[in-house]
Write a protein that binds this ligand. Structure first.
Ligand code: AMP
Ligand code: GLY
Length: 453
């Protein structure tokens, strides 16, 4: 099968790395890819937003499956265009990608379908926002309505922080039109977990759980980023809680989208806060999470290719996903200045030394080749992943590899996974779930082969 992956980050490198292992694969292309991806796929010189060029390429080369990494092409209607041309593609159409593309749509959608989320108000200007803050009481969270690469969220804890935060949206217009309207929502307390599932429009194949570390600095301080590290399992959800998430969040979301004529096909990703009152949705994404996907794919036993091909055709034949009973950890190496303005252009050394560590896998995220050298070209530059029998050993291997990849402005968090090292991991059953039923499909076999822990 000829496959095209769209995107150029660590997530896409992990997707290409995983798809490359499929016996069904004949050719693998990635647009635009990066120097790491070039080791497993042929690069195609189109950006993710060049929808017509990408569709033309897929048509010409007879691509049999296209997999979309980032959110932008989804919200621009890439899937609609590919489908119009009869090209198989795994991802939501524009109308379904709205679940990620507009936080206001997502909040109102959750309201219509009884999906638990923080209380909120929407604001179009400073006065409306101030009124909403008075009604909700501090602390509050301000969120740009549109896409902002995970950076359009500001938590306001003290009254003095409100005016400068509102200025970012309404005066400085830091987020452009994405911040024309904002969501003002109640600040929730608890731990965060990422819950992803492959969705074919009707059925859902949940992934093992993952935890993402969104803040730039150790101890969960500093600004929000796209994600500074991840591990799977999350170490946070028991099987009862996972079943609750499927029942109260994932099932009504897939069913609700179908009901509203926005049938959802692709990866549905719920960012959840586990509060004292149960799980609450912080956001939906309409795609694979980055860097959660790197951790999840490192543990995944199944051949990803037929799963995505079935999903693109609108009907899974598999009933569940399988994950190795081990832990995977991913450490993001970024460049100083991220998430604002990262230092670029510095040569990176040590890729081979890092990859030589048993159990370690190096994914390129924001790299570029200049004059035969790989240089840092983005905020998040390299992801170092590792698996191990438990989270501690996966982390040790990942950090050993992280130390070998080096450039002058490298920064990273040294505390990924630290809060969980002392805990024992709860057991999570990953089942297949049909929205027409009210319960999980068949329970896992008694030998526990399909148990994620
Ligand atoms: P989002 O892009 O909506 O997931 O928000 C990014 C990050 O901001 C989340 O991962 C949380 O860490 C934080 N956040 C978002 N909404 C809330 C909330 N209502 N309460 C507390 N933290 C939040
Ligand atoms: N890691 C968070 C995201 O992919 O949105």
């Amino acid at each position: 099968m000829k496959v095209l992956v769209i995107g150029s980050g660590g997530r896409e490198h992990a997707l290409c790395w995983k798809l490359r292992q499929s016996p069904l694969l004949t050719e693998l292309f990635c647009a635009p890819g990066n120097p790491g991806i070039a080791q497993v796929a042929d690069r195609v010189p189109f950006g993710p937003e060049e929808i017509h060029e990408l569709a033309g390429f897929a048509e010409e080369l007879g691509v049999e499956l296209t997999v979309v990494g980032p959110e932008l092409p989804l919200t621009l209607g890439l899937v609609d265009e590919f489908e119009r041309r009869g090209l198989p593609v795994f991802g939501p159409r524009k109308a379904a990608a709205e679940l990620e593309g507009s936080k206001i749509f997502a909040k109102e959608f959750m309201g219509r379908h009884g999906i638990p989320t923080a209380e909120f108000a929407l604001a179009r200007d400073r006065a409306e926002a101030e009124r909403a803050v008075r009604a909700l009481g501090l602390p509050v969270v301000l969120k740009a309505d549109g896409l902002a690469a995970g950076k359009g969220v500001i938590i306001v804890r003290a009254a003095a922080e409100l005016a400068p935060a509102l200025s970012l949206f309404f005066d400085e217009r830091r987020f452009g039109v994405a911040g024309d309207r904002i969501v003002v929502e109640r600040c929730l307390e608890g731990e965060e977990v990422s819950f992803l599932a492959l969705v074919d429009g009707e059925r859902m194949l949940p992934f093992a759980t993952a935890r993402d570390y969104k803040r730039l600095l150790e101890g969960d301080e500093g600004p929000n980023t796209g994600g500074m590290g991840a591990h799977s399992p999350s170490g946070l959800l028991t099987s009862a809680q996972a079943a609750e998430v499927l029942e109260k969040v994932m099932r009504p979301a897939v069913a609700g989208m179908a009901e509203e004529n926005r049938i959802f096909r692709g990866v549905l990703y719920a960012g959840l806060m586990l509060t004292a009152d149960g799980p609450r949705v912080l956001e939906f994404n309409a795609r694979f999470g980055d860097p959660e996907t790197q951790a999840l794919l490192l543990r995944m036993e199944d051949d990803l290719l037929p799963l995505l091909a079935d999903g693109a055709a609108g009907a899974f034949s598999a009933t569940r996903l399988h994950f190795r009973k081990e832990a995977a950890a991913v450490v993001v190496l970024a460049s100083r200045g991220y998430p604002e303005k990262a230092v670029k252009g510095e040569p990176i050394l040590g890729f081979d030394e890092a990859a030589a560590i048993p159990g370690a896998v190096v994914f390129h995220a924001g790299t570029e080749e200049v004059g035969g050298q790989v240089v840092a070209a983005g905020g998040r530059v390299v992801n170092v992943g590792a698996t191990g029998p438990d989270l501690g050993s996966a982390l040790r291997t990942a950090y050993a590899a992280a130390a070998r990849v080096d450039w002058p402005s490298k920064i990273y968090r040294a505390d990924i996974g630290r809060p969980f090292l002392e805990r024992s991991f709860p057991t999570l059953e990953t089942g297949s779930f049909n929205i027409k039923d009210l319960k999980l499909d068949a329970p896992p076999p008694p030998d526990g082969d399909d148990t994620d822990h």
